[in-house]
Design a protein around this ligand. Structure first.
Ligand code: HEC
Length: 140
């Protein structure tokens, strides 16, 4: 072998090694990626600051008037299965400003039935949280 040939084969071997190495690292990246995705999904579910709709409903005191299972009490009507009456957007707006909807027929009955109780407005709550509560009320 001449010197030039030696250099050529050395380069070839080096190239091959680099090529194989890069393949391995590529695979590892893909695996890592998949693992990270699974991980973040899990943490989102376990993250204590991300509360689900019903927990928020309990935490914000809705059950005090509407009942433990939202079945209604002598203070306020049942609020499960609100899909019949509300769209998502309208119900969010209602929670932020309940007095603006009191003209509906259903609400006239509520006025008589729950005379001295007023549905509080929840405009101070995070819209994201309102959305979660509303999703719960619509699907329950
Ligand atoms: C102080 C008692 C009280 C609390 C607390 C309360 N509500 Fe109400 N809610 C009422 C009353 C009373 C009505 C009946 C409507 C009216 O009188 O204006 C009502 C009506 C509603 C309605 C409309 C029902 C329908 O037939 O469309 C929804 C939805 C609702 N409340 C959801 C909630 C949610 C969600 C919370 C908690 C974030 C909550 N309420 C907290 C008293 C309360």
């Amino acid at each position: 072998m001449t010197n030039a040939q030696k250099w050529m084969s050395a380069f070839l071997v080096l190239f091959l090694v680099l090529f194989i190495l890069s393949r391995f690292t590529m695979k590892e990246e893909v695996v890592h990626h998949a693992m990270n995705e699974g991980y973040s999904e899990q943490t989102a579910q376990q993250n204590p600051t991300e509360l689900d709709g019903f927990t928020l409903i309990k935490q914000n005191g809705c059950i005090t008037c509407h009942g433990q299972n939202l079945e209604g009490t002598n203070m306020a009507p049942a609020i499960a299965g609100m899909k019949e009456f509300w769209s998502r957007d309208k119900l969010i707006n209602y929670l932020r400003n309940p007095s603006s909807y009191s003209g509906d027929k259903r609400f006239q009955e509520y006025k008589l039935k729950y005379k001295n109780i007023v549905m509080p407005s929840y405009g101070n709550l995070d819209v994201k949280d309102l959305g979660k509560m509303v999703d719960y009320l619509l699907t329950k």
